[in-house]
Ligand binder design. Structure first.
Ligand code: SF4
Length: 375
């Protein structure tokens, strides 16, 4: 599985598979690990920004599957009326998703999700004692409010995903989390090891064996009762299967998905939502344009020329030639490089060790521990 055999991820595609929208910068919570720089301020996206984005998105959605992901801040903090106005310019083919802390979800919001066919993903870190970092602006635990939101989703029969942040991978945690999310009733689970990103400067270096064991334990828990999709487990099993049947090079997209994030003011940041709201003396505000001045489709045809993006593409090539995990990872996440290394053309980060390299090693460790004696 030599790194140089992987031919995907060369340059940036001009048509994304989804767009991230920031309806407000505001969040009603104040989680200790949050990366968002303006989460105490309510800067709302004007409808003119949504109209400009929809002018590019609607033709893409008519040509194939396409999603808009409403992310914040806390998107529900924008209010139903304003969110409805932002949704209105998008055609019926566009699939809408919301990433939410769930604390504002009630019956009225559930009716809103059903009416607009919005798929909900809830951020929750596991049982009560695992959510100590998740607090209100007054410093009170948010867990009961999160659960009340989840209960409303269940009452209305709305399927939902869950996203959990793990700050310290310790033995027993993965199995505990998996059992918890089975009971919670989500149908998809994503697990992120906390990242050093944005205004969150806490370190994310962990003992290698502990992280590998965490992922191995999660695979084992999922295999005992595979009722929900676990995003990271499925990625890695798909990759391991493709390596075995010689099709691994087909898994990476030919070009990087630009995944544009459209900020509340219409500015467009490609590849990394976490860079929105930051500036740097070398890279400026990281934006590749503003939809109020230039159509999104046009901004994306030129995004590869944005100085920091060019530097990132150099880093992707460095990954391709040096890292045996490139075929699985595709060269990593721009924001992690920037916030860990101060630039974009490096290679290995703590994030890729935690969430790519040790994830794959954890799956292999599980396979080794469970192979049949005849194998
Ligand atoms: S980001 Fe990390 S895991 Fe991914 S290809 Fe680069 S060095 Fe390898």
């Amino acid at each position: 599985m030599a790194a140089h055999r992987h031919t995907g991820m060369r340059g940036i595609a001009t048509v994304p598979s989804y767009v991230v929208m920031q309806p407000t910068t505001l969040c009603n919570l104040d989680c200790a690990y949050c990366y968002l720089p303006m989460r105490a301020a309510d800067r709302r996206m004007p409808v003119s920004v949504a109209e400009a984005v929809a002018a590019s998105v609607n033709p893409w959605a008519a040509a194939g599957r396409f999603s808009v992901v409403w992310h914040g801040g806390e998107p529900l903090a924008a209010g139903r009326e304003h969110l409805a106005a932002l949704l209105a310019p998008f055609g019926p083919e566009v699939e809408h998703h919301i990433q939410t802390n769930a604390t504002l979800i009630d019956d009225a919001w559930c009716e809103f999700f059903a009416k607009h066919r919005i798929r909900v993903s809830v951020s929750v870190d596991g049982p009560r004692e695992r959510n100590a970092e998740r607090v209100t602006r007054g410093g009170r635990p948010a867990y009961d409010r999160i659960l009340a939101g989840v209960a409303a989703l269940r009452r209305h029969g709305l399927p939902f995903s869950a996203l959990a942040v793990v700050s310290r991978p310790v033995p027993g945690l993965a199995a505990e989390l998996y059992e918890y999310f089975l009971d919670l009733g989500c149908d998809v689970l994503g697990v992120n090891i906390e990242e050093t990103e944005g205004v969150n400067t806490r370190g994310n270096a962990h003992d290698a064996a502990a992280v590998t064991a965490f992922w191995a334990e999660l695979v084992a828990a999922w295999r005992r009762d595979p009722r929900i999709h676990v995003r990271e487990v499925e990625w890695s099993l798909r990759y391991a299967g493709a390596v075995l049947d010689g099709t691994a090079d087909d898994l990476l997209p030919r070009r990087l998905d630009p995944i544009p994030t459209v900020g509340h003011d219409g500015s467009v940041i490609v590849l990394s939502p976490e860079l929105a709201g930051f500036t740097d003396p070398r890279y400026g505000d990281f934006s590749s344009g503003n939809v109020l001045a230039t159509p999104l489709a046009e901004i994306l045809t030129e995004a590869g020329r944005t100085p920091w993006v060019r530097e990132f593409l150099v880093g992707v090539e460095a990954c391709r030639s040096s890292c045996p995990y490139f075929g699985f990872c595709g060269g990593g996440h721009a924001a992690n490089r920037y916030f860990e290394q101060g630039r974009f053309d490096g290679t290995e980060t703590e994030h890729c060790r935690n969430s790519k390299i040790r994830l794959l090693e954890g799956v292999l460790e599980h396979a080794r521990d469970h192979q049949s004696p005849a194998a």
